[in-house]
Design a binder for this molecule. Sequence first.
Ligand code: KIV
Length: 274
Amino acid sequence: MTKNSSKDSAAVITLSTLREMKQRGEKFTCLTAYDASFASIMEDAGIEVLLVGDSLGMVIQGHDTTLPVTLNDMIYHTQCVNRGRRRALIMSDMPFMSDALPAQAFDNAARLIKEGGAHIVKIEGGEVMAETIRLLSERGIPVCGHLGLLPQSIHKTGGYRVQGRDDQGADKILADAKTLAEAGADLLLLECVPVGLAEKIVHAVKVPVIGIGAGSSCDAQVLVLYDMLGITPGKRPRFTKDFLKDSSGVHDAIVAYINAVKRGEFPAPEHTFS
Ligand code: KIV
């Protein structure tokens, strides 16, 4: 029996599963994964979404930003994660400038799905990406729109800062969320926005909203694996928590994270922005 044939197909997580969870008010969980071993541990713990994030450029490759990550890097790590995956949905980031133009984004997203085994691709950016998201969506490629803090635009925005704190910025992110959902985005991800704005967006769109530094009203949470295991060097970002500190090992830390999200205990107010 091959590893894949041992999958319990009834339990495989699809976008419908996530939409139904949102409708039931049941939180789902996501962590970044970059290799088969951690993907397998996350599966055992019960994670619903494995994000092959371009944060791998920082935590795996040691760069200062996510910008040097290539499409081939993303395909390689998605393949690795896929080998450890049994039932979770695999979401892979479109790396910097791989989605700058709609046709280019279409070809590159197709490679992430065909060669990497991703189930959905994540694209950073607001209204400017709506045409691309519509093109991909209409041709059967699921997309998650990433709003708020956009790490790929770091040189434009000038730093890793909370977004949407002023009325104008908040209105723009809310409008972008509605536009991307209308263009066909299947999921949205909000990074580092005030809790009040995240709550408005969660209620304004039908698609599930995943938050990181966006408060507990989001339909799901994501963290960078290395942050929640306390491995990332330097000052821990406010919105993360070291779950390994009070656990007996990696598996238990991930279970603790999942339980804390499902019970609405993480993120707590000290992990959020106003
Ligand atoms: O690349 C990544 O890890 C991400 C998360 C920060 C959401 O996009």
